[in-house]
Design a protein around this ligand. Structure first.
Ligand code: AHR
Length: 501
């Protein structure tokens, strides 16, 4: 018998407006994300700045709104000064994070020029691993001060006449992790982050600052790290970061399909931790969450940084994603939207080649991986207010997360047009689910697409770049305040409703 689920879409039940910064991505100097990813002078499609125009076009199509740069683990041993000024004078350096040779042909000003062409907001990470307050202040002055000081005039001499005016800054990256250059205890990090934040806010009190949370929820100090860090920084920061990667390769497919439940739990745990600190400090301020690294990553195939041989932009963690991976990415986006009242920034890691929706070949084509599609459709159609959607459905039993709802969903409502868009995932690999949707009066369906396949391991490739694409769903009926449709097994679905003309 086919499973059934019911849900109600009611514009009265609002969570929060859709924050455009939820559709962020991440460009790290890692593997081929920068070199031969977004930047490849000499490529037939490179523009005068050396940016691949095929990747720029795909970035715009993906609907990315914000890009975090330059790391990642890379930033914790990075000297930003190496990446500015005449390219021929820039030093080659060792990137200890990924045991890679960094030629520095691409740096801050190139990234800002690329971001302007891509139409994305820059989010910069500071090195608080091997460096400190002084270097952070110098970078912010170089980047943001209009002119008339040594560093701002240096930027102008480097060809960037106008300040970059970067509003969003990460106070380091994953400094709780022993793999990080300059790894710290929460006490050490909290003090450094607080002093850096105090100085940056003296420079410009309207900068938005992100304190590092835990590298992942499996860290032994998860929760305690955030509490101690926020106790030191509460008044001076705006966000605490979260990072999570979900690994399909451990054979537990039901748990993998339920990754959104874990992300949801993580968001609630860190929001509660932040609020606990706020209560202790008698503060009415709410710290928001910056989920600035999230994705599917076949992490168990990666044997660690120490296993790498020194190389220049090697092929690192270039995962090929299948249909199920795309369904999980869709469900993680649903989770972020469901928590739109708390998550203010989110970045899928990374943009090109390195666990990425966009793949490229040096000198060759660029193509959309399967995970490109749910991101692009969500970024395009999740507009207005997020609605509270609570499906009534059966539960799936998972090895890692216990019982989770079989259907995971969210919806957005644009008051100006009356459009409602539903995003839903059927986590059940074994059977379809008949979904019954209660709707406001007068709506019709204008689009119904799904990501599903008889072969859930199907992938896209340079040779077959459109093997997996969203396809029109079948069997959707809308009549008198009610829609019925079937969610295929292990699938992601979008349905757009609009007022009847
Ligand atoms: O995105 C790949 C790496 O994952 C990042 O450099 C690091 O921050 C995280 O551990």
């Amino acid at each position: 018998m086919t499973a059934t689920a019911r849900l109600t879409l009611d514009p009265a039940f609002r969570i929060a407006p859709v924050e455009p910064r939820l559709f962020g991505s991440f460009v790290e100097h890692m593997g081929r994300c920068v070199y031969t990813g977004v930047f490849e002078p000499g490529h037939p499609l490179a523009d005068a700045d050396g940016f691949r125009t095929d990747v720029l076009e795909l970035t715009r199509e993906l609907g990315v709104t914000l890009v975090r740069y330059p790391g990642g683990n890379f930033v914790s041993n990075y000297r930003w000064e190496d990446g500015v000024g005449p390219v021929r004078e820039r030093p080659a350096r060792l990137d200890l994070a990924w045991r890679s040779l960094e030629g520095n042909a691409f740096g801050l000003n190139e990234f800002m020029a690329w971001a302007a062409k891509a139409g994305v907001e820059p989010m910069m990470a500071l090195n608080l691993g091997t460096r400190g307050v002084a270097e952070a202040l110098e970078l912010v002055e170089y980047a943001n001060y209009p002119g008339g000081t040594r560093l701002s005039d240096l930027r102008r001499a480097h060809g960037a006449d106008k300040p970059h005016d970067v509003r969003l800054w990460c106070l380091g990256n994953e400094l709780d992790g022993p793999w990080q250059m300059g790894h710290k205890t929460a006490l050490e990090y909290g003090r450094l982050a607080a002093e850096t934040a105090r100085a940056l806010k003296r420079f410009d009190r309207d900068l938005s600052l992100v304190a590092c949370g835990s590298s992942n929820s499996g860290m032994p100090t998860f929760g305690a790290w955030e509490a101690e860090t926020l106790e030191a920084t509460y008044d001076m920061v705006d966000y605490i970061s979260l990072h999570a990667y979900y690994d399909p390769s451990d054979g537990d497919a039901d748990s993998f399909l339920a990754s959104g439940a874990d992300m949801d739990h993580m968001i609630r745990s860190i929001a509660a931790t932040a609020d606990h600190v706020g209560a202790k400090l008698r503060s009415r301020k709410k710290i928001k969450l910056s989920f600035d690294e999230w994705n599917v990553w076949y992490q168990s195939r990666f044997h660690g940084e120490s296993s790498l041989e020194w190389a220049e932009h090697p092929r690192l963690i270039e995962d090929d994603y299948d249909v199920t991976d795309a369904v999980v990415v869709g469900s993680l986006l649903i989770t972020l939207l469901r928590n739109a009242d708390r998550v203010g920034v989110a970045c899928q890691a990374q943009l090109a080649n390195v666990i990425a929706p966009i793949r490229t070949e040096p000198g060759g084509p660029a193509w959309r991986q399967t995970i490109f599609h749910p991101f692009a459709l969500t970024a395009r159609y999740a507009r207005g207010e997020v609605l509270r959607v609570e499906p009534e459905c059966a539960a799936i039993t998972t090895g890692k997360y216990g019982e989770v709802p079989a259907v995971w969903a969210t919806a957005t409502h644009r008051e100006a047009t009356g459009e409602i868009t539903l995003f839903a995932v059927n986590r059940d690999r074994h059977g379809p689910c008949a979904l019954d949707v209660a709707l406001p009066a007068g709506l019709v369906a204008v689009e119904h697409l799904e990501l599903a396949d008889d072969d859930p391991s199907a992938r896209n490739s340079a040779a077959d770049p459109a093997r997996v694409v969203p396809r029109p769903g079948t069997g959707l009926r809308v009549e008198s305040r009610r829609a019925t449709l079937t969610l295929p097994p292990a699938s992601w679905t979008i349905v757009r409703f609009a007022p009847q003309e």
